[in-house]
Design a protein around this ligand. Structure first.
Ligand SMILES: Nc1ncnc2c1ncn2[C@@H]1O[C@H](COP(=O)(O)OP(=O)(O)OP(=O)(O)O)[C@@H](O)[C@H]1O
Ligand SMILES: [Mg+2]
Length: 277
């Protein structure tokens, strides 16, 4: 699918990395893309949207307060669902709250909003998280003036928290594995993205499929490649590599631990083609 415009060409800069399936490489992908963009001189904000807090852990930003859970709690409890907090004063207040959550310069040119509140969903409840949806999207929109890119990690679920994060995004990157269940999973994700777009009253672009842990030379993989091509969303592959778990375990990004590896090259291709164009 050559000739597909990059996010930069489309003017889209808030990108969620999402798949309700666990362990498909969401956190690896969002961390590697964000740190890769930052290394190329772009100003990047990462938002950890997964209560497991893996991304925050990787960048040494756990246990910081306030964090994403706090802002969602405040936004959700202040909003009455009818948007009474949406005036200019409300918006400025929300932005100040968000600014207080940002941990600056976890790497050069890279900031992060951490999350490490494991029981966030039960503590806040769906109704409150849902009320945070519109004000949170407003805060994210206001951050666009301060960053070249805003990338959000999400958790392996499709509840209210994921809807809030996707509804605040302009595009979604979906990491997947080559296997038969990924097909129905992808259909469900695309339906969720469309539904979030309807709620946000704008379209949210399913921008790229990233097949992580790809192993070449298998006829089975070729068959899957053809099957997924029918979705008409650009497909990228990231090879399976021991460098990924090894570097993450040491709290290092792929660019720090193995910049010359094939897996780093695969992620560089995504950055160049799909983001910067
Ligand atoms: N290209 C790769 N090669 C080898 N291992 C990989 C690759 N990408 C990810 N992994 C490994 O797969 C596991 C899951 O990756 P990751 O945590 O990024 O997935 P996730 O989708 O964020 O998981 P969760 O759904 O739990 O949030 C990790 O152990 C990670 O190191
Ligand atoms: Mg994860």
């Amino acid at each position: 699918m050559s000739g597909t415009p990059s996010l930069k060409a489309l003017g889209l800069k808030i990108v969620a990395v999402a798949n309700q399936k666990g362990g498909v490489g969401k956190t690896t992908t969002v961390a590697t893309l964000a740190s890769g963009l930052a290394r190329s001189g772009q100003k990047v904000l990462l938002v950890d949207g997964d209560p497991q807090g893996n991304l925050s852990l990787l960048f040494g930003a756990t246990g910081k307060h306030p964090e994403l859970g706090d802002i969602l709690e405040t936004l959700g409890s202040r909003a009455d669902g009818a948007g009474s907090e949406n005036g200019e004063r409300g918006r400025r207040g929300h932005r100040a709250l968000m600014d207080a959550c940002i941990v600056k310069r976890v790497r050069r040119s890279l900031d992060i909003v951490p999350l490490s509140r494991r029981h966030l969903r039960t503590e806040l409840g769906d109704a409150l998280i849902e009320r945070a949806e519109k004000p949170f999207a407003g805060v994210m929109e206001s951050l666009k003036a301060s960053y070249d890119w805003i990338l959000l990690d999400t958790s392996p679920s499709n509840g209210s928290l994921e809807r809030v994060l996707v509804a605040a995004s302009e595009a979604v990157v979906v990491p997947l594995e080559f296997q038969v269940f990924s097909l129905s999973g992808l259909e469900a994700i695309l339906a969720d993205i469309e539904e979030c777009g309807r709620r946000a009253e704008r379209s949210i672009r399913p921008h790229a499929l990233v097949f992580t842990k790809a192993e070449n030379g298998s006829a089975r993989v070729d068959a899957y490649r053809n099957l997924f091509a029918s979705f008409r969303i650009p497909i990228f592959e990231v090879c399976k590599s021991e460098y990924v778990p090894r570097s993450m375990e040491r709290g290092r990004t792929l660019w720090e631990a193995a910049p010359a590896s094939l897996v780093a090259k695969d992620y560089r291709t995504i950055i160049e083609k799909s983001f910067l164009g």
